[in-house]
Design a protein around this ligand. Structure first.
Ligand code: NAD
Length: 296
């Protein structure tokens, strides 16, 4: 069992850290939120005084931070965790960030004799809690093999996507598809309501027909058909709309830089931006159904 540092104990990070504890690892965590640190301690983990304290004695470090600027602030520079970690330490970053940021941190870690994999995840808070996340990993083969047992305590599907940055690339493409799918499903349920078709009936039909997808089958944005979906708890996240907007902006910047056409991605970005402007950024992204109904 490993001594693991864990930085970023938010909606995803805290249940992930708890699963590492359940698997018998020693976890020393840090978050800016005192409540998150308390929750980690209640689950049997140790609370560090700062990010650097969480990594000094760690063999492996997992990070689950909001965005690239947090990633760079935590890892890089004289105050960063790479500057104090032991050579050989394995860093596993599960945040969703752009490919260039993931590669920058990977190169800096390698230049210090440390190992880094970008390992963004999919599966939401439900998957983080159940330990059934999917991880898409970018990095060298040996670093991937070293990360695999740790990721295995937090997830079920662990893919080696390729060299450094490939995990970040896979995640951005996945979330571009997810964001568009969620809007499509919401539009279908809104039209069904106007037509007097019950949400449950549409769900029963479409979840087994050609429209089936995760946004419909597992995370239905209309209340009712999927009891544990955020739609049944006033769209408490889950996966916050502000984070989806962040991912879409990364996808659109990347698509533009690569000369790739993504008209629905552009439209989806605008819709999630409107949801955010309406003060709903902290709500689950499936709450986009309310924006489309004109309720926000
Ligand atoms: P979150 O905002 O709930 O958690 C992030 C945590 O990082 C917060 O607790 C925050 O206090 C902490 N943090 C920020 N800066 C810090 C610093 N300098 N030092 C220590 N802690 C710091 O976000 P989340 O939903 O847990 O998502 C984390 C990452 O995973 C994001 O990149 C997100 O895009 C991605 N993701 C989220 C989901 C989801 O369903 N929530 C699914 C897949 C991927």
């Amino acid at each position: 069992m490993a001594r693991i540092g864990f930085i970023g104990l938010g909606n995803m990070g805290l249940p992930m850290a708890k699963n590492l504890l359940k698997a018998g690892h020693e976890v020393t965590g840090f978050d800016l939120s005192a409540a998150a640190l308390e929750a980690l301690q209640e689950a049997g983990g140790k609370a560090a005084e700062g990010a650097r304290h969480a990594v000094i004695e760690a063999e492996a470090v997992v990070t689950a931070l909001p965005a690239a600027r947090h990633l760079k602030a935590v890892y890089l520079g004289g105050d960063g965790i790479l500057a104090v970690a032991q050579p050989g330490t394995l860093f596993i970053d599960c945040s969703t960030v752009d490919v260039a940021s993931a590669r920058t941190v990977a190169m800096e870690a390698e230049s210090r004799g440390q190992r880094f994999v970008d390992s963004p995840m999919s599966g939401g808070v439900g998957g983080a809690t159940a330990g059934t996340l999917s991880f898409m990993v970018g990095g060298s083969e040996p670093a991937f093999e070293a990360a695999r047992p740790i990721l295995g305590a937090m997830g079920r599907n662990i893919f080696h996507a390729g060299a450094a940055g490939a995990g970040a690339a896979a995640k951005i493409c996945n979330n571009l598809m997810l964001a568009i799918q969620m809007i499509a499903v919401a539009e279908g349920f809104n039209l069904a309501e106007k037509l007097g078709l019950e949400a449950q009936k549409l769900y029963d039909i479409s979840s087994t027909a050609t429209a089936r997808c995760w946004s419909l089958n597992d995370y239905c944005p209309a209340p009712g058909p999927v009891p544990n979906a955020p739609s049944n708890r006033d769209y408490a996240p889950g996966f916050a709309a502000a984070l989806m907007l962040k991912d879409l902006r990364i996808a659109m910047e990347t698509a533009q830089a690569e000369g790739v056409s993504s008209p629905l991605g552009a439209q989806a970005t605008q819709l999630y931006a409107l949801m955010d402007l309406a003060g709903q950024g902290e709500k689950d992204f499936s709450g986009i159904i309310r924006l489309l109904r004109g309720e926000l």
